[in-house]
Design a protein around this ligand. Structure first.
Ligand code: NDP
Length: 262
């Protein structure tokens, strides 16, 4: 029987998820559709989802609202308190978070165990990454522009600083999860401080994808091995696809087809 999938978001026009999933559906010769659904009011998600779709992805700004409306939440999403994947399980909306695992998988290319991470930013993506790193016993530090979003992290015993009280250490990885550099050419933190941070780190990653952000350009200039967020996007999609199909396909096969979207 044909399956229907979608991505809920606002805006959603820019999303390449339909392209990624479309390549996987075609490559694996499946009978399925994957569409975009613009949602202004998150409260509409459960009804629209359960009446029309077998599975879905959720993007900005609905990940936390969708979490709160799931009939059941599984895995790391329970701690992150945000979902990016929904499964229609016999009329129940089941939520998962594949952003965090997707990011971890994308770190394999550095070929080294990451034991100490500095995360710039304290929004939804920072929560996802900090939670999964903590679960893997990786030491996490949060550094955010303001202090008002640090409570989530402090409550979990995660070392958290605002720009005012930051104390530099050494790191294996620095991740930019702020939206600085997305639409304008700004760094996520003062250049002098970022330069000091880079002098004390092995690798740098930006979760923004398909763009050389000022953060990554500075890492490049300082010869720090670095990458953007394209692989994170790819792998969260691969993991979501496998949830849609109950683990029926090899991740490598799905990856091979989804990569064509980039
Ligand atoms: P949020 O809005 O939840 O959080 C944004 C964070 O960035 C806040 O901590 C905010 O600080 C900080 N910030 C914003 N602007 C600046 C600035 N100019 N300088 C310094 N700090 C700033 O965003 P999300 O976590 O949802 O998304 C963040 C980024 O991650 C986006 O660019 C998004 O596109 C990307 N992303 C990529 C994915 C992928 O698959 N590659 C998946 C999901 C997200 P404050 O608290 O002080 O306001």
């Amino acid at each position: 029987m044909s399956k229907n999938f979608t991505i809920f978001g606002n805006p959603v026009k820019h999303s390449i998820s339909p392209k990624m999933h479309g390549y996987a559906i075609k490559g694996l010769k499946l009978d399925a559709t994957y569409t975009k659904t613009l949602i202004e009011d998150a409260c509409k998600i459960p009804t629209i989802f359960l009446e029309n779709f077998d599975g879905a992805n959720v993007t900005v700004p609905h990940k936390e609202s969708a979490y709160a409306m799931c009939d059941e939440v599984r895995g790391v999403a329970c701690d992150i308190k945000a979902v990016n994947t929904l499964i229609n399980e016999n009329g129940s909306m089941i939520g998962y978070n594949t952003d965090a695992e997707g990011f971890l998988k994308s770190m394999d290319t550095f070929g080294q165990k990451i034991e100490k991470v500095l995360i710039l930013g304290a929004g939804g993506t920072a929560k996802a990454l900090a939670t999964i790193f903590k679960q893997k016993n990786t030491h996490v530090t949060i550094l955010n522009r303001s202090s008002n979003r640090l409570e989530f992290f402090k409550a979990q015993g995660i070392e958290s600083f605002s720009w005012e009280d930051f104390v530099l250490s050494t790191y294996d990885l620095v991740v930019n999860t702020t939206s600085a550099g997305l639409e304008e050419d700004s760094l996520p933190i003062d250049k002098m401080i970022l330069t000091k941070i880079f002098k004390n780190t092995k690798f740098a990653t930006d979760v923004i994808y398909n763009k050389k952000t000022p953060f990554l350009s500075l890492a490049n200039d300082m010869n720090i091995p670095n990458k953007d967020g394209a692989d994170m996007l790819l792998y969260q999609g691969v993991l979501a696809f496998n949830l849609f199909y109950n683990g029926k396909f090899e991740e490598d096969d799905i990856t091979k087809f989804m990569k064509k979207a980039f």
